[in-house]
Design a protein around this ligand. Structure first.
Ligand SMILES: C[S@@+](CC[C@H](N)C(=O)[O-])C[C@H]1O[C@@H](n2cnc3c(N)ncnc32)[C@H](O)[C@@H]1O
Length: 285
């Protein structure tokens, strides 16, 4: 396990993933009843962006300036993105940053935790021992949050169906090995088997087209509607051109909100001249 999210925290992919996560959590909260948020690959929960340029053995180019850094001062963000930026700002301040630039960035557990109501619960899974320990410390005082230092693919079996009968699951692996794509597909299948109404969101990189296309092709075989939201920030890039989120059982109105998020991020985050956003039904409602 070489992947460390700290180097990537707050980049364009986090901006897409986390702005969509805010919309998904808010959609789950349209109903009064509580829901379970499951994060299969949760990370540390909080990132110090000043450390993002310090590599294990070499200096790295921090990635957040071309992600949250560009959104920080943006005035005309649509409401669907503004809530995400406001949440990051509030977190950054609460962690003690007094500077003008962002310093502390919330990972997906902290984003879901900030939105959670008393009736909502969080189950967070992280396999890297140091990150799992940091995550456990982050949430040690919060009773409705459970942290598991274990393989996140076990979360589907362990957590679903939840007593609330409503769940939002984020599957956000590092894609270090080519097998990760089939593990994600298997996780979606298992999630639906255990709770057919679950909303399952799987993040994926747009590097190897075959990987993403394979994932979307397998979504066609699931007995549930699904939507793919993609943001290509650098169409000509050799490496990662952008990223996407496959959302199975997207909540009511989510497609329109995702459209607004992706379109705005494409206007703010291009690397070269143009960025491309798309929202397409893989299996329609
Ligand atoms: C992309 S990061 C997660 C970022 C986090 N979801 C967020 O949005 O803030 C992927 C994380 O998965 C962890 N990881 C890798 N393989 C895992 C596994 N099998 N089970 C649980 N966590 C794993 C890595 O250590 C890393 O922290």
């Amino acid at each position: 396990m070489n992947y460390r999210h700290a180097f990537h925290a707050g980049n364009h992919a986090d901006a897409l993933k986390h702005a969509l996560l805010v919309r998904l959590a808010r959609a789950m909260q349209r109903k009064e009843g509580g829901f379970l948020f499951v994060d299969t690959h949760a990370g540390r929960g909080r990132y110090d962006l000043e450390m993002a340029g310090v590599g294990d053995s070499r200096a790295r180019q921090p990635e957040w300036p071309s992600g949250i850094g560009r959104l920080w001062e943006a005035k005309a963000a649509p409401a669907e993105v503004a809530e995400y930026v406001a949440l990051v700002r509030a977190f950054d301040r609460r962690c003690g940053n007094l500077g003008a630039a962002p310093r502390f960035y919330p990972g997906s557990p902290r984003i879901a935790g900030a939105l959670a109501r008393p009736q909502d619960r969080l189950e967070l899974w992280e396999r890297h021992p140091a990150d799992a320990a940091a995550l456990a410390a982050e949430f040690r005082r919060e009773r409705r949050v459970s942290v598991h230092a274990a393989d996140g693919y076990g979360a589907l079996r362990a957590c679903l169906p939840p007593r609330e009968r409503r769940a939002l699951v984020l599957v956000d692996p590092p894609y270090e090995s080519p097998q990760e794509w089939s593990s994600v597909t298997a996780a979606l299948e298992e999630g639906l088997r255990r709770l057919p109404s679950a909303t399952l969101a799987a993040w994926y990189p747009l590097t190897d087209r075959a990987g993403a296309e394979g994932l979307l092709a397998s979504a066609r075989g699931l007995r549930a509607p699904s939507l793919a939201v993609e943001l290509v920030i650098d169409p000509a890039a050799q490496g990662m051109r952008g990223s996407g989120m496959l959302v199975v059982n997207p909540p009511w109105k989510f497609a329109g909100e995702a459209e607004s998020v992706a379109r705005y991020l494409a206007s703010e985050l291009p690397v070269a001249r143009e960025a491309i956003s798309s929202v397409r039904w893989i299996v329609s409602e």
